[in-house]
Design a protein around this ligand. Structure first.
Ligand SMILES: [Zn+2]
Length: 129
């Protein structure tokens, strides 16, 4: 049985997808923790991303010690944002085009370009699940 929060479809206990946008709220295990790079208080990552053909564009990210805390964070987001939007930080337009570019360290970065004012918004590094 899947619980449906207004505007969102529950895909798993730790993943919600917005019905009108490509915005996803999810909890993943921090790969840096698995690799021994960070301590246990950063074991879980709650993230809000826009899923695009070029990759995930990150909107929000927070790290938690417990998976339950991380889940509470995405549930709070889902409950208080029935209609989330990703808009241009310059003109507020919703007409964004996503693409990816290689950054200086060789990692692929997803960018958003505003179709109205040509403002470019580089995405932050997104950790894939
Ligand atoms: Zn704009």
């Amino acid at each position: 049985m899947s619980r449906t929060t207004k505007g969102w479809d529950k895909q798993s206990k730790y993943k919600y997808r917005n019905r009108n946008t490509s915005i996803v709220a999810r909890v993943i295990e921090n790969p840096a923790y698995r690799d021994g790079m960070v301590s246990a208080d950063r074991k879980w990552i709650a993230q809000i991303v826009v899923e695009t053909f070029s990759g995930d564009y990150r909107l929000k990210k927070r790290e938690f010690r417990s998976k339950t805390e991380a889940r509470d964070y995405i549930l709070d987001y889902v409950d208080s944002n029935p209609e989330p939007e990703h808009t241009c930080t310059d003109c507020g337009s919703k007409e964004l085009a996503y693409g990816s570019k290689s950054s200086s360290n060789g990692k692929l970065k997803v960018w958003a370009d505003c179709s109205e004012c040509d403002h470019e918004m580089p995405g932050r590094h997104t950790i894939q699940s």
